[in-house]
Design a protein around this ligand. Sequence first.
Ligand SMILES: [Cu+2]
Length: 577
Amino acid sequence: MVGAKIPTMLWVLGVVFTFGAAAVGLAEANNVHDFIIKEANYPRLCQNKKILTVNGQFPGPTITARRGDVVIVNVINQGNKNITIHWHGVDQPRNPWYDGPEFITQCPIQPGTNFTYRILLSEEEGTIWWHAHSDFDRASVHGAFVIHPKNGTYYPFKMPHEEIPIILGEWWKTDVTHLLEESKRTGGEVNLSDANIINGQPGDFYPCSQSNIFKLPVQTGKTYLLRIINAGLTNDLFYGIAGHLLTIVGTDGRYTKPFTVKHIMISPGQTMDALLEADRAINGSSNGRYYMAAHTFASNPNLTFTNSTATAILDYVDAPPAKRAGPPDFPNLPNFFDMKAATEYTAQLRSLASKDHPVDVPMKVDVPMLITIAVNVLPCASNETCEAPDNTRLAASLNNVSFQNPSIDILDAYAQSQNGVYEVNFPDKPPFFFNFTDTNVPKELEVTKVGTKVKMLNYGEVVEVVFQDTAINGAETHPMHLHGFAFYVVGRGFGNYDAKKDPATYNLIDPPYQNTVTVPKAGWTAIRWRASNPGVWFMHCHFDRHTVWGMNTVFIVRDGKKDDEKMFSRPANMPRC
Ligand SMILES: [Cu+2]
């Protein structure tokens, strides 16, 4: 029944399906977690606030696993609202049932009920993360997901002394559920966060925050692996550490060719693995204490943005005590609008492409798609007043379709061949061609169509998506995230994509392999992947307000012919809508 060629992970799964949940394979025994969703009090910025948490922790607990493991997470919803959890960066081969986005692959987990996720790791190695995939719950329900090499294999770089998750995020004084409801009611912009944060803390430049600033104790001569995650809802971020360089060795759960920088730019949804050499105990002006800092990269200067600088402290525990009194040195971060710094950083990302970590870039494309990205408006209903310009309601679209969540999940509708839940006509190209990135966009292009349209793919087809940003309502970067796959980022540029000229500039040798790509402001990005993962897979902007406005679509990958090319059948415990 199970052939020798099938990877271990599938073998474990075979055992589970054959003998039922009681016969949990050995690989799973030590990889079971209970995630209790509950409210907890967190004082920040001189105010007490109730936030939704996992196990009362903020940021949430780190999951640690090895490459190829099966990880089980029991989610017990003791909160007061519906929730789902997504395992961001896990391909979940054949296993969309446990991917998490609400109304895409499951109905939400209702208060007072439980749901057990079975997370199938395959080729991921490095840092990924997990987060809520319902409403704005991700603001406080998130954590690191660290995947170590298999037993007997090692990092393709020097073994670090310690590994530290650095989770960048945002803090709102207001309740994020209220924030979302207000923006839906008014149709206007979502209110800005009150601070950027590092590991849950805004740091020294915020009132009532100094005593709880995150401190990273280091020893001279040791190497540290920072697992940096942007868990924020809204902000691309610059991040750096005073007096220290960062050597980037991975992104999105894959290794990169190492490169050394003073600072990084990281978009919501992305992860960056950075080696830090602790070699400056006595060289800085404060002797042994250095700020790490993060602030917003604002690609659209016409939008207001969180102009907060979050700080934490790198603290040499072996620095001479008498000299440790002064304020820490502060890193030189690019300014808020420094497009050049952001672009130069991103351009350095390359796959490691070694013998042990080879690339497999598809050379032939079966399904070419050009997808325009836009922030749009919709008419305000006759009985309401809306806050977007000219009494309109903000929306967002891909190829001029603003995605509407269905009332039951698309995966269930697909698996049960239920009609009327979604349409299969998501367009392969935009409905009109215009000068996409010119700032004088015709007014009539601001309004979008709405619908629940998906793109059907055959098993194994190679897809190329060129994301094209548009200047409709202002150009800006968009971190586009694909579930179920990582993809090669083969090209990018500014202006309008030119199908005749631009493919000649592609990197098909060692392009970065990512799950969240930053599409440049008024520019384009080309990604390629092979659709060899049957199921229903969400694709969306990782700015959460754009997601709720509809900057999303869904790929449905049909089953292949062979048994191991088919989606697993529906687990019995799926929540009901
Ligand atoms: Cu976006």
